[in-house]
Design a protein. Structure first.
Lengths: 355, 283, 292
């Protein structure tokens, strides 16, 4: 009896998460039809989807695998630029925009997977804060490499150069008259077709949720959770630590890559500097405030905290200051025993339903 | 449950070893450690460790605190890589294997300071023991393919079956970390059995138990051996338990085996008495 | 000769990283937290020194003293208000709080001093010419290296000899046991933050003298790099932080000169990764295996 009740709690939370996202999408779509969504809000819809995917995928690494990653924006960056290159190169071959967007997102995810393998092989051997600092280092390395990237496309195909000396520009590629620039070094992607849509964002969020939630509730997810709880015990029951760490890390990166593509195809201009350490931290804040391992928490935290600075717009210059203070106070409030017991008395205790 | 039983090689009795029970004499030993040793930064923790364990033997590893008993378990399971010596598991050299490969090869263990997956349920802990028995991949899990449903169902039943050895099937949904101490120790044994071992290492299974719990544990250890037809090696300070169920005992002091034999032999060995009680003053 | 001047410039930059890294490594050693706000204390130190010189017209050396005093107070304040209540909290909660503090300092600076860069006048000017003028070393470089050396030696003897230094080492090993031995753990941690922040102020002044442009984000990248330096040398180790800082400065300077300005940070971080792969606890760190 107890068994059925418990299982249904985790299941219920999963289904409620899906339902919540679907309802939110439906509500926003209806409001859009009725012309009741403000312009600034409309502009935030696709970025919100991207950051929800970023937060949920980072939660897989930080909350579920239990390894602190400070370079998640690096995978978003790889996904964004490879996706933009794919979308711009396939302009003539795939005139259908939704199809081109889908293909680009797959390309973005694949490149992020490759990057995460390169990063993961050395990084996942380290532990704790050492791992954190190395992911940070990789994030910065990816940013600087993307900053040097110069890509153009013409009738002969794709031209790629790395501006290592600081003197290479788009003209050095020698594009013919049909050619156009896709990425111009530090300036980043320019003149990108804005083919990202809110519907695509919604679909990506749903795919992310299905992948992460189903993964966690399967054999592989159990192994990943076991590594977080007790690495030595996990090894002692025959779990291949490296394999499952890598699995979580790569899955997380693939989703971040797809989110990056969606993000990149939402703006006509995008610089590599956008995906720096601060973006990684921003997403980490979503994950921690939403609750480690709690997927629905990441979804809500990403939406609320992305909209919050916009809502604080009337405070103008003070908004980031207010954001900082709110952040500190929330951390103090949720982690101080005195405050916790106070809140505990006000709200009747409820058993936690897991992720 | 398929046992890894290969009777083609007869047991070669190791010199100085006479503790393997007679019924196991006709088959290859499950474990043979030869001249096993490890140094920690110049300090020798274990040296010249030689034992042979029969296929269905219950044997004990005893000795004063700090003698290196847990280190031996860590060597056998490759938590530490041995500096010297060979470990043969069912005649197969485990050289170069890591902990998880040793587990797949057939050694399971429990820990002195309990190591459960505290935030997971009791059932999930056992299912993690069954990890390598459950056969479906990552994609099968994400896409919820038929294999997922079938295998998870089998794993669920198998987990409950294993829990029923200790009558713990009703606790399946509790968080492992919230179990009482004794139940946590028992759960560790169940989880270890899930890996389908041929040798089970128990590190102080009776620690913190009262005499009646210990008596029950003794029955259960024998029951497990009979049910699964496996060898069990245990570290224990409770001499009633050790002398009561072990067929062979090795006594470790300062990293070396100082005595080996049946419980009666070990108990009357002067070196053992000295190690435990100190040297008797002359006169 | 060209190489020598890049090397010297690298040692000078490295000395600044080393000073920051020393503070970082002390705080990490005792509080076991990634204090991302540390870099922003450097920035505050720079601004305070700038204000003292520009608005009060006081001499440069006095501005350093004022900056140190303000930053020390700031360090104690941050520790007491933001980190102390979180002593028992999970490390990620402390990390996020540190990030909050970092945002707070950056945005406060933005409100007070604005976003446009301030031009900082180096506290010492002039240069020494050697080899008939073919090698020029600025006095700032000399002062930086000397100060860094003094700090490293001073800190080492403070940590190993003084009562407070011993208390710090005890706390970093085991806070519970230290408390049982009668050490006031809270005061020890506060002192560590105070010293770390004072060092950050010195580093801030030297950093601004080295590259005289001051912005609210000035401290964050050097902060991260200095932390890298601390990890590079073996976090928690004073000689390690010193060595790591100097090496990092040299690598950065030479990479900029001979490989690529665009990729200098990438090269620097790549070296860090390689070092950690070979020595998982850094150059001078001690690898402690997990007890089973």
């Amino acid at each position: 009896m107890n068994k059925i009740k418990h299982l249904s709690v985790t299941r219920k939370i999963d289904y409620a998460t899906y339902a919540g996202v679907i309802l939110a999408f439906a509500a926003v779509t209806i409001l859009q039809r009725l012309d009741m969504v403000s312009r600034s809000m409309e502009g935030m819809l696709i970025p919100i989807c991207c950051y929800v995917v970023m937060a949920v995928s980072l939660n897989l690494t930080v909350g579920i695998l239990g390894e602190l990653s400070l370079g998640h924006a690096g995978f978003m960056s790889v996904g964004a630029f490879s996706g933009v290159i794919a979308a711009m190169s396939l302009r003539d071959m795939l005139p259908s925009e939704p199809l081109r967007l889908a293909v680009s997102m797959v390309v973005g995810a694949l490149f992020a997977v490759v990057a995460s393998f390169v990063v993961g092989i050395p990084v996942l051997r380290l532990r704790g804060d050492y791992l954190a600092i190395v992911t940070l280092a990789f994030g910065e390395i990816i940013k600087e490499i993307m900053n040097c990237l110069i890509v153009g496309f013409d009738s002969k195909g794709l031209h790629i150069a790395l501006n290592i000396s600081g003197t290479v520009t788009i003209d050095s590629l020698g594009l013919d008259e049909t050619g156009y620039a896709i990425i111009k070094g530090a300036q980043g992607a320019t003149g990108t077709d804005k083919i990202a849509t809110f519907t695509a964002g919604f679909i990506l969020v749903m795919i992310t949720l299905v992948v992460v939630l189903n993964l966690v509730r399967s054999r592989a997810g159990r192994a990943i959770l076991a590594i977080r709880d007790n690495r030595i015990a996990a090894e002692s029951v025959g779990i291949n630590i490296t394999k499952y760490k890598m699995m979580a890390f790569v899955t997380s990166a693939a989703l971040a890559g797809a989110a990056g593509t969606l993000y990149g195809l939402n703006y006509s201009n995008m610089a590599a500097a956008k995906f720096d350490f601060n973006t990684s931290i921003l997403v980490l804040v979503f994950v921690v405030l939403g609750g480690l391992g709690r997927i629905w928490g990441s979804v809500i935290a990403a939406v609320v905290l992305y909209v919050l600075p916009e809502a604080l717009r009337e405070f103008a210059d003070y908004r980031m200051l207010v954001y900082a203070i709110v952040l500190i106070l929330v951390m103090l409030a949720t982690n101080t025993p005195a405050v916790r017991s106070m809140v505990g008395k006000m709200i009747p205790r409820r058993s936690k339903g897991g992720a | 449950m398929a046992k890894r039983f290969s009777p083609e090689t007869k047991m070669v009795p190791f010199p100085s070893n006479a503790i393997v029970p007679e019924r196991d004499m006709d088959s290859r030993p499950i474990l043979e450690a030869r001249n096993l040793g490890i140094d920690f930064g110049g300090l020798t923790a274990v040296e010249d460790f030689n034992v042979v364990v029969g296929r269905t033997e219950i044997c004990g590893l005893i000795g004063p605190n700090g003698a290196g008993k847990t280190t031996v378990f860590n060597l056998l399971t490759k938590v530490y890589q041995p500096t010297r010596g060979t470990i043969l598991l069912d005649g197969r050299d485990t050289y170069g294997m890591n902990t998880s490969q040793v587990s797949s090869a057939g050694i399971a263990r429990t820990f002195q300071n309990i190591r459960l997956f505290d935030n997971l349920t009791v059932e999930d802990n056992v299912k993690l023991g069954l990890h390598n028995e459950i056969k479906y991949g990552m994609l099968g899990g994400i896409l919820r393919m038929p294999g997922y449903w079938k295998q998870e169902k089998i794993a669920h039943q198998r987990a409950l079956e294993l829990l029923s050895i200790f009558d713990m099937q009703d606790m399946a949904d509790q968080k492992a970390g919230s179990l009482p101490y004794g139940a946590q120790r028992r759960l560790e044994i169940v989880r270890a059995l899930g890996t389908n071992p041929s040798l089970l290492l128990l590190d102080e299974p009776a620690a913190g138990m009262n005499p009646s719990e210990t008596a029950e544990l003794m029955e259960n250890i024998i029951k497990i051996r009979d049910m699964f037809q496996i060898a069990i090696m245990l570290i224990e300070h409770d001499m009633n338990l050790v002398m009561g169920i072990c067929e062979g005992i090795a006594v470790l002091n300062f990293g070396r085996i100082i005595a080996k034999g049946t419980p009666a032999e070990v108990q009357s060995n002067p070196a053992v008495i000295e190690a435990y009680l100190g040297k008797k003053k002359e006169g | 000769m060209e190489f020598l001047s890049y090397l010297i410039s690298g040692i000078s930059l490295g000395s600044i990283y080393a000073i920051i890294a020393l503070g970082y490594t002390m705080v990490y050693g005792i509080a076991k937290m990634l204090n991302f706000a540390h870099g922003d204390v450097i920035m505050v130190g720079g601004y305070i020194s700038f204000c003292v010189v520009t608005y009060l017209g006081l001499p440069g050396w006095l501005s350093v003293v004022v900056a140190m005093l303000v930053c020390t107070a700031l360090g104690i304040l941050i520790e007491g208000l933001a980190y102390k209540p979180l002593r028992q909290a999970p490390s990620l909660a402390v990390l996020i709080t540190a990030i909050g503090v970092s945002y707070f300092l950056q945005n406060s600076a933005l409100l007070i001093w604005g976003a446009s860069p301030k031009v900082y006048t180096p506290i010492v000017s002039g240069q020494i010419e050697m080899f008939g003028g073919s090698l020029k070393i600025s006095w700032v470089t000399v002062v930086t290296v000397v100060i860094c050396f003094i700090i490293a030696v001073g800190l080492t003897s403070f940590i190993s000899k003084s009562r407070m230094g011993k208390a710090m080492r005890a706390c970093s090993e085991d806070k519970g046991a230290a408390q049982l031995m009668g050490i006031n753990v809270n005061r020890t941690i506060s002192t560590t933050f105070a010293i770390g922040s004072a060092l950050a102020a010195v580093a801030g002044v030297l950093l601004c003298s080295f590259s005289p442009s001051l912005m609210p984000t000035t401290g964050s990248m050097p902060g991260i790099k200095a932390f890298t330096a601390a990890v590079f040398g073996g976090i928690g180790s004073i000689p390690g932080a010193f060595l790591g800082g100097i090496l990092l400065g040299i690598i950065e300077s030479l990479a900029k000169a001979y490989i690529s300005t665009q990729l200098s940070n990438a090269i620097l971080f790549a070296v860090l990764i390689i070092v950690l792969l070979v020595r998982p606890a850094g150059l001078l760190g001690k690898y402690v295996p997990e007890k089973v």
